[in-house]
Design a protein. Structure first.
Length: 286
């Protein structure tokens, strides 16, 4: 009888939850938000962070975006050392920005530079949502404007990848001014008859979607990306109507004429190369 008691305890013994968690190293596995399948991070990265089961596009860093978009070792970064000031003396803003710099290895929420695609030169900017949720402050706006000016100077196409929560609230009206600033600079690019391709990724919202991200000569987006200005709940409360389930997705915007094409991440480089090549050919014929 005593032996049976001990054997039952041994049979029902469980590994403590804390110990079980420690046995799986952090960052080894990832769970797809769409289909809930679990896969190795290494395998996911090999597939450009696209779920092999359902095709869900996970967020990627600026570095990963450049790696799967431009020609290898062709990137020359601009204005790398620019960092945000604190015009409003907003509580803990400097500290949080510094934390993001350490965490991401980036100086700000956008990386800009010159690169080549299929051997053709382009000016490219890639936002990174890990840094203050990709919000657009004074430095992000300034780096975009300088990239536009560089495109004008070198007569190159401009490609901007958006991933943003909108304007940066910690910089108040200074942040909101970047909407007009970037839009005005793009007007000059348009007058020079230079190509601007805007690629909206998940998420592209607020002041970014309401300014430069929507002003491309060609507007592209990745599948099922959240794109919009105000949040769903605020809109529903304002209009007192239930919105469609796919509202503010790239597919919804495509259907209603606000996008030119929804492009799978695996096809994005090829699509951009085609657009850049078409633009170059048009210049030569003139």
């Amino acid at each position: 009888m005593i032996r049976d008691l001990f054997s039952k305890k041994k049979k029902n013994a469980k590994i403590p939850a804390d110990k079980a968690k420690k046995e799986v190293p952090e960052g080894l596995m990832a769970k797809c938000p769409e289909c809930k399948s679990i896969c190795y991070i290494k395998e996911l990265r090999k597939n450009d962070m696209v779920c092999e089961q359902c095709g869900y596009h996970h967020r990627i860093t600026a570095g990963e975006r450049l790696h799967c978009t431009i020609d290898e070792e062709s990137f020359e970064e601009f204005n790398q050392g620019m960092i945000s000031e604190d015009p409003l003396s907003f509580p803990e803003y400097r500290e949080k920005a510094e934390e993001d710099r350490e965490k991401t290895g980036l100086s700000e929420a956008i990386v800009t530079g010159k690169a080549s695609m299929g051997g053709l030169p382009v000016i490219i900017g890639v936002m990174d949502a890990r840094f203050r949720m990709g919000s657009m402050g004074s430095v992000v706006g300034e780096k975009i404007v300088r990239a536009i000016e560089k495109a004008i100077e070198e007569k190159c196409p401009l490609i901007l990848f958006s991933a943003s929560g909108g304007a940066r609230m910690q910089e108040g009206v200074v942040s909101l001014m970047q909407m007009a600033k970037t839009s005005t600079a793009l007007r000059r690019l348009h007058e020079e008859k230079l190509l601007f391709v805007s690629v909206m990724t998940h998420p592209t919202t607020g002041g970014v979607s309401a300014s430069f991200a929507s002003l491309g000569d060609v507007n592209l987006a990745e599948p099922k990306a959240l794109i919009g200005f105000a949040g769903r709940r605020i809109i529903e409360q304002t209009i007192r109507q239930k919105l469609p389930d796919d509202f503010q997705t790239s597919e919804f915007l495509m259907e209603h004429g606000q996008l030119d094409q929804v492009v799978h991440r695996h096809d994005l480089r090829k699509t951009l190369m085609l657009l850049v090549a078409m633009h170059q050919t048009g210049e030569k014929e003139e």
